[in-house]
Design a protein around this ligand. Structure first.
Ligand SMILES: Nc1ncnc2c1ncn2[C@@H]1O[C@H](COP(=O)(O)OP(=O)(O)OP(=O)(O)O)[C@@H](O)[C@H]1O
Length: 346
């Protein structure tokens, strides 16, 4: 393939030919390819972004479906959010909106510190509802005209993810003062959010790390209808994350039985070698509890914790044993305002 970034989801030309005068074999071949692609697409979310010249939307990559259970935040908020989107996408809701002369659109704001799951949640929602996701990185848009053009070309019924929405500016002075460099104005943004195209069942998600910078006109109901705070990880979520990391290993049941034959499970919980992955579900739950109790409530981001797990994927026991030292080290660094550039965390 000529384009090194090409991952097989469009944009490449392929010529197919066969010997003889019949076109049937080619039609059959193309149909098989289509069915194959369709069967595969249910395992992926297609992410669209502007091509490198900013001229048209291109499928940028396929992300494997991410289950909503793998994005950890307040369970009640998650349930309400999913119910809200489901209700919005229901065609009966569309008719209700139309019969009451209300614009059929709904906006969502995901806000919180970096690394708390704003992008991950957007992708998980796209997978949950079988929608493509159109990614708009606000700081990299040239001007309001480009933003408008982009919105005109977005199809109905999809997710539009507007990232780093705080980068828009409302006055020239504000632009000069601010460190952000987007050329998109607040009025340009409001224009596309309120435009005719926005009434076609798109789920518009805005994300920001700096909600305090948002203009009240942007977040008023009708533009933002549902706000979700994604914050640092709670103990309960840390325990869930622990289970998610290690529970799949329980599937190796045969190995677990074999392991049990050779060692007592109590001994295996203590020794911390690689085979300790094959603990029972009950033991894993105990480890998750022990693990989460050592994590201070709402201090670390989920992505920080994910970084910790990446170092201990082989052993749930080791993860539970090492978390205390890791927490201590991270807390010390936080206090000293240090960024650990030289060593890897353990
Ligand atoms: N709430 C969460 N639950 C599970 N994993 C998370 C969560 N938050 C972050 N992660 C993990 O951390 C990484 C970064 O997450 P993500 O990009 O979604 O964060 P973000 O809030 O969008 O960050 P940014 O504001 O920097 O764009 C991902 O690999 C993701 O799996």
């Amino acid at each position: 393939m000529s384009d090194p970034s090409y991952d097989g989801i469009g944009g490449e030309e392929t010529r197919i030919s066969c010997l003889g005068l019949q076109s049937e074999p080619i039609k059959e071949f193309v149909e098989n390819c289509r069915q194959y692609a369709e069967s595969k697409s249910q395992f992926y979310v297609i992410i669209y972004s502007r091509d490198r010249y900013g001229l048209s939307w291109k499928p940028k990559y396929r992300k494997p479906l991410r289950q909503l259970e793998t994005v950890h935040f307040d369970d009640e908020v998650k349930t309400n959010l999913i119910a809200d989107i489901k209700n919005y996408l229901d065609l009966r809701t569309k008719k209700l909106y139309q019969s009451r002369s209300m614009p059929y659109r709904r906006g969502y704001l995901f806000y919180g510190p970096p690394g708390t799951g704003k992008s991950s949640l957007s992708t998980a929602i796209a997978g949950e509802f079988g929608l493509d996701l159109y990614e708009v990185k606000v700081p990299s848009i040239k001007d309001d005209g480009e933003l408008e053009q982009m919105f005109q070309e977005i199809p109905p019924r999809c997710i539009v993810l507007l990232e780093d929405i705080d980068a828009v500016w409302s006055t020239r002075e504000q632009r000069n003062d601010s460190e952000n460099t987007s050329a998109v104005t607040l009025s340009g943004l409001l224009n596309v959010l309120d435009g005719v195209g926005s009434q076609e069942g798109r789920v518009v998600i805005l994300t920001t790390n700096k909600p305090e910078r948002l203009d009240s006109a942007l977040v008023r109901p009708g533009r933002i209808d549902f706000k979700v705070y994604l914050g640092n990880i709670s103990r309960a979520s840390a325990a869930q994350m622990f289970m998610r990391m290690f529970a799949p290993d329980l599937l190796g049941k045969n190995m677990m039985r074999e392991h049990r034959r050779t060692r007592s499970s109590a001994k295996s919980l203590e020794s911390g070698d690689a085979l300790n992955d094959f603990v029972t579900l009950e033991q894993l739950k105990m480890l998750a509890k022990r693990f989460s109790e050592q994590i201070p409530e709402n201090v670390f981001t989920p992505s920080q914790l994910q970084g910790f797990f990446q170092l201990h994927l082989n052993s749930a026991v080791r993860a539970a044993e090492s978390i205390g030292a890791w927490v201590q080290k991270e807390m010390n660094m936080k206090e000293e305002g240090e960024f650990d550039m030289l060593s890897n965390s353990t």
